[in-house]
Design a protein around this ligand. Structure first.
Ligand code: ITT
Length: 190
């Protein structure tokens, strides 16, 4: 069965391809030659995932899913959340985003945070949402070179290392995105 994944991010495509049953053929936006950027104008991860999946489904008419993720910090009332990629500005610079976050949390004891992924699926014209969460804490300083985004300052619950100090396969065992993907795959298998 053909399924479109509304992303150009090849890492995400590979991650889900390893989880999908064999009879699914996954198409990314890159493979489809889709170049028009879909504006993520929603005020929640759910809204953004739905905006993306509806836009792509309208064009191609096939079963489609899309994801949106963000880092939600308790002491900042859930910020940066839906604005995670552009927290420090539209250049979407990971270092600037981390610097800004560490600055906002200076002197604050409560470092609790979570990464959250929402996947929106349109399957046989019906809409579904799947969520994956990993809880943890924001560290005092960045550590580690792996991963991307806020990984160097996020230490998952019950772990000593930041996401950026873990290998990709270690991160994927507990990450928000894998958890949401697993729920999607469970649905597709059922
Ligand atoms: P798309 O092109 O697929 O939209 P993106 O880079 O915008 O990819 P996401 O929507 O998944 O990625 O996540 C938005 C931002 O949230 C991302 O730019 C990071 O700043 C942060 N983020 C999400 N998942 C993360 C992770 O696993 N580790 C570190 N930061 C993450």
């Amino acid at each position: 069965m053909e399924l479109i994944f509304g992303t150009h991010n090849q890492n995400k495509v590979e991650e889900i391809n390893t989880l999908l049953p064999d009879h699914y053929r996954l198409w990314s936006l890159t493979e489809l030659g889709h170049e028009t950027e879909i504006e993520e104008t929603g005020s929640s991860l759910e809204e953004n995932a739905l905006i993306k999946v509806r836009a792509i489904h309208n064009i191609y008419g096939k079963n489609t899913f899309a994801d949106d993720s963000g880092l939600e910090v308790s002491a900042l009332k859930g910020a940066p959340g839906v604005y995670s990629a552009r927290y420090a500005g539209i250049q979407k610079n990971a270092q600037h985003n981390m610097d800004k976050l560490l600055n906002e949390l200076k002197g604050i004891k409560n470092r609790q945070a979570q990464f959250r992924t929402v996947i929106a699926l349109i399957f046989n014209k019906q809409e579904y949402l799947f969520e994956g969460i990993v809880k943890g804490n924001i560290s005092i300083m960045a550590e580690g070179q792996n991963g991307f985004g806020y990984d160097p300052i996020f230490i998952p619950e019950n772990q000593l290392l930041s996401f950026a100090q873990m290998s990709l396969s270690e991160k994927n065992k507990i990450s928000h995105r894998s958890r949401a993907f697993e729920k999607l795959v469970e649905f597709l298998k059922s």
